[in-house]
Ligand binder design. Sequence first.
Ligand code: MLT
Length: 388
Amino acid sequence: MKINRHFDEIQDSYLFAEVENRVAAYKKKYPEKSVIKLGIGDVTLPLPPAVVDAGVRAVRELGQSDTFRGYGPYRGYSFLTRAIAEYYARRGIALSEDEVFVSDGAKSDIGNILDLFDSDCTVLVPDPVYPVYVDTNLMQGRKIVYADATEANGFLPLPDESRRVDLIYICSPNNPTGAVYDRAGLKAWVDYALDCGAVILFDAAYEFFVGDARLPRSVYEIEGAERCAVEFCSLSKTAGFTGTRCGYTIVPHALGNLNKMWLRRQSTKFNGVSYAVQRMAEAVFGEEGMAQCAQNVAVYKQNAALISDTLTDMHIYHTGGINAPYIWLKCGMDSWEFFDRLLAKANVVGTPGAGFGRNGEGFFRLTAFNDCQSTAEAMRRFRRFFSA
Ligand code: MLT
């Protein structure tokens, strides 16, 4: 048997699986402890009522012979691709419906899109970054070069014109640092990609957290991006779909063959998102759904502000937490050691910066997705932990 040897190049377990294993081991040893999780970015608020109602109606339709549906269209139902195109249109971005592809979430598509690119491509990945970008490329044997995101550049690296690459990952608002590119920053990347003939893989999973109208929520707000960028988005954080699963990917026609190739890839390997979930996703983009999602996101943003204010008060350097659900703090020591100490002494879980790349060492990520009471309690424990 010849196995894919590239798996030897990745860590034995996925970052968040490793965090989960350590927490499970701790809880097994100390079952009486109440552990607060600010680790993986998993939402805690229930689905918006408009979304639930749409799901119930859709399931009822599936139970009637005249409204039953089997396989859906490969791109997604047109009621949803249209709703997504209209969502972009409301933000001044013109998309045709067949540039929108419905998926079960951004993570899958971010990995799957690599089917369209040669294994010889050189890939540029910011460091630190969401580990999926690195792991999926390593699994397929691609060469990765890194763009250093550091305190010095506010965790928003700009292109190095002296090197040529084929694929560029950008996540803004960023996971894990919460930093957000302004228009000038994104334009620098778009210009660079156009100059190199590279494709930007733009992860917009956290766009709904951007409250500052001056900051771009989509790469297509930048002129020329439709000729060099694919955009991935997810309803996980916008609408609480981490368990429900639905996202979408924009592959503009201006990218040449990629739109056709992506349809070919999806129709071969993916049978789509269930009808009921697509109806629920459609409801997210309706007036009521949008307002209810905004209410939930406002709660998470309140948590983020509380975390950020607590850290400011304690004079701990951090980024994020304003237009993003993540807070990236300087822990000033080996980040896995900090993780273990924080878990043992404060019973609070976060994510070690080292899990996001070399430049993440010495940093630690907290999420704003827990409920208000637990977040407030975690911050009280944080204060005690640091003053001990
Ligand atoms: C995270 O915590 O970074 C994300 O929730 C993980 C994911 O979206 O897969």
